[in-house]
Design a binder for this molecule. Structure first.
Ligand SMILES: [Zn+2]
Length: 87
């Protein structure tokens, strides 16, 4: 059985297959906000379209990730995420 995991992009609200979305998680142990496409971390997560630079831009410029994950996102971390997401 090939069960699809559908998740919603926090920016455009489109519902897509998990494979088409970046997963960003606030690790419950460290509280760090990390890119989590390989499911290395556990904690509250948000999803952002992989192939929409618009969604990625908005997510990184706005406070949406911080608001939803209730975590801190430093400038450095934001730049780091920006590089990872735009690959
Ligand atoms: Zn989107």
């Amino acid at each position: 059985m090939n069960k699809k995991f559908l998740r919603q992009c926090i920016i455009c609200k489109e519902i897509k297959d998990k494979a088409e979305l970046h997963r960003i998680t606030r690790d419950y142990k460290t509280g760090n906000i990390m890119l989590n496409n390989k499911n290395e971390y556990q904690g509250r997560s948000v999803y952002i379209c992989k192939n929409s630079s618009c969604c990625i831009e908005k997510a990184l410029k706005g406070n949406k990730i911080k608001q939803i994950l209730k975590g801190e996102l430093s400038e450095t971390k934001r730049d780091e995420l920006c590089n990872l997401l735009k690959k």
